[in-house]
Design a protein. Structure first.
Length: 172
């Protein structure tokens, strides 16, 4: 799970390596691809062994996807994973627990990007909040990051090394 690529080819190569290293079953991309900057480099991202589920970010224009011959991603998605609802958005239109088109419980996850800051927390009675940070341009004190979600936990990891910097265990 990653966000905020912004057309960075080196970051894309690192993401592709992590998808393989982590043996990902599904890849969630929380927007800001920078398709127009990637050119032919975009092809490997959307043809990984694991399917890529993407939402559109504030820097992702619909015409960039159309020009690339790609389907324009939606602004948000809701999926089910391990009996949890996961709401995925970039973060520029929908904010945590404010005006969401779906109700989330304390068992669910809210995933966004946009801020370029890796955040992972859960307040009592609220869904888990996950922002994996940015794979290309972090705005916090840690290097580029991504997240791994399993049935037991969520971990935010350094893109280049895989080192875990934040983790949260699921309560059930």
């Amino acid at each position: 799970m990653f966000s905020d690529l912004h057309g960075d080819r080196h970051a894309l190569q690192a993401v592709e390596n992590r998808i393989t290293t982590e043996s990902a079953d599904q890849v969630i991309f929380a927007g800001d691809a920078g398709i127009e900057r990637l050119g032919l480099w975009q092809t490997p991202l959307f043809h990984t062994k694991a399917p890529v589920l993407m939402v559109r970010g504030n820097c992702d224009t619909s015409w960039a996807f159309s020009d690339a011959g790609m389907t324009v991603p939606p602004l948000y998605r809701t999926i089910e994973f391990a009996h949890r609802t996961i709401f995925i958005t970039h973060g520029h239109l929908f904010h945590f627990q404010q005006g969401l088109p779906t109700d989330l419980t304390a068992d669910d996850l809210f995933i966004c990007g946009h801020s370029h800051r890796a955040l992972l927390f859960q307040e009592k009675g609220e869904p888990v909040y996950l922002n994996p940070g940015s794979v290309s341009r972090p705005r916090d004190h840690i290097p580029p990051t991504y997240a791994v979600i399993t049935q037991q936990e969520i971990a935010i990891r350094v893109l280049t090394t895989g080192e875990t910097v934040k983790t949260l265990q699921f309560s059930r």
